[in-house]
Ligand binder design. Structure first.
Ligand SMILES: NC(=O)c1ccc[n+]([C@@H]2O[C@H](COP(=O)([O-])OP(=O)(O)OC[C@H]3O[C@@H](n4cnc5c(N)ncnc54)[C@H](OP(=O)(O)O)[C@@H]3O)[C@@H](O)[C@H]2O)c1
Length: 253
């Protein structure tokens, strides 16, 4: 059933993985969508899949680029009713070897990028009296994992930011929620498995099994499962759901 006719959505990191599935789900539900990221080819491919998808490149760690992105969405679509802060990257390194530049890079994209996206998105929603902000955090925003301390810190920060802003804007018609996937079948997961293989000499199957031990259902999450939860949070019947961190992890959390 179409739920989002007439709404405009912005999805950061929408050219691949979870973000691309969210773009597809929102489009199928009737929304028009601006997709953003750094890789122009991936953005062009997403935009080519539907006349309701348009692409605007943006590095979410660059405040001026985020301002230009939201100015373009305001000019072309009268602002975004739905903002999904999905862009993120994960690097793994033992805590003792985590350098300050590597720490800063993880915080920049995974936390500051969400802050910039959320703040600009909310500013554009104020006069609408309706809005949906969804951050894509992680189970790493709810529990600790070894070798990804900076990523875990950033994702815990995203959950805290989401909860705090939800309280601040409650009653305005705008909801702010986090979605927290466990290991999800995307290019990011492929890179994580490659890294385990390289560091440990394990086969692809063994490396995947190591990660699957975390999930009681014994399988990876599919990006479409995350996207359908985001779609529900963006729908007309979710107005009383705000400040939540929704775990999509097969019972891991
Ligand atoms: N896969 C998992 O197991 C998993 C689990 C829990 C949470 N997550 C979260 O889900 C989100 C999506 O990840 P994914 O698994 O779908 O991985 P992915 O396929 O690598 O997607 C990440 C997206 O983020 C974009 N991005 C990265 N840095 C960016 C920047 N500085 N500015 C703008 N866009 C940027 C990338 O596009 P460009 O390279 O074109 O910029 C890409 O489209 C991330 O926040 C991730 O932390 C993933």
């Amino acid at each position: 059933m179409t739920q989002l006719d007439g709404k405009h959505a912005l999805v950061t990191g929408g050219g691949s993985g979870v973000g691309l599935s969210i773009v597809q789900a929102l489009t199928e539900a009737g929304a028009s969508v601006t997709v953003t990221g750094r890789n122009q080819d991936a953005l062009d491919a997403a935009a080519a899949s539907s006349p309701r998808i348009s692409a605007v490149p943006c590095d979410v760690t660059d405040p001026a680029a985020v301002d230009r992105l939201f100015a373009a969405v305001e000019a072309d679509h009268r602002g975004a009713d739905i903002v999904v802060a999905n862009a993120g990257t994960a690097e793994s390194v033992p805590f003792g070897k985590l350098t300050l530049p590597a720490w800063n890079a993880m915080i920049d994209v995974n936390l500051t990028g969400v802050f910039l996206t959320m703040q600009a998105g909310l500013a554009g929603m104020k006069d609408k009296g309706w809005g949906r902000i969804v951050t894509i955090a992680s189970t790493a925003g709810l529990k600790g994992y070894g070798y990804v301390s900076a990523y875990c810190a950033a994702k815990h920060g995203v959950v805290g930011l989401t909860r705090a802003v939800a309280v601040e804007v409650a009653g305005s018609g705008i909801t702010v929620n986090a979605v927290c996937p466990g290991y999800t079948n995307t290019p990011m997961l492929d890179r994580t498995i490659d890294n385990i293989m390289e560091k440990t000499g394990r086969s692809r199957d063994e490396a995947a099994r190591t990660l699957l031990r975390a999930n009681p259902t014994g399988r990876f999450i599919e990006p479409e499962e995350v996207a359908q939860s985001v779609l529900w949070l963006c729908g007309p019947h979710s107005g009383s759901v705000t400040g939540q961190a929704l775990s999509i992890s097969g019972g891991e959390i």
